[in-house]
Design a protein around this ligand. Sequence first.
Ligand SMILES: [Zn+2]
Length: 140
Amino acid sequence: MGKGVKMVQQKLMANIRRQLLLQMEHLQIAADRTAGRIKGEAGNLADFMDQAAVEHDRAVELAIRERERKQIQEIQETVLRIDHGQFGLCVRCGEAISPKRLLLAPMSRLCTSCKAKMEIHRNHRGHCIPPYTVSEDYAA
Ligand SMILES: [Zn+2]
């Protein structure tokens, strides 16, 4: 690996790390709000709202909270991987994951070919994480 490539990767990693921490902050604020709604809602609206609707909203909130928690956990794991120098390496075959893929999906733990193999087994289920947005400043 050339020196230039390494510098690009370090810049990329620092950038991704910073964005992950920002994203985690936002998620944590959202998660706190969701938790507050779940607590506050119990019983309050039941008088004038259909109980089934309340139950439904609650289920939705719980699902949101679960997703937020999962996302926070994934970000924490990714930051740890960066700090331990394991970021960008496929956990399955140990090959370097392409920087392009990392930019689009920093939480990637698998290279494209391993991912493709996994997708066949997983049948595309459970992928509800919104696409990761890349900040403008990295494009420069
Ligand atoms: Zn791989």
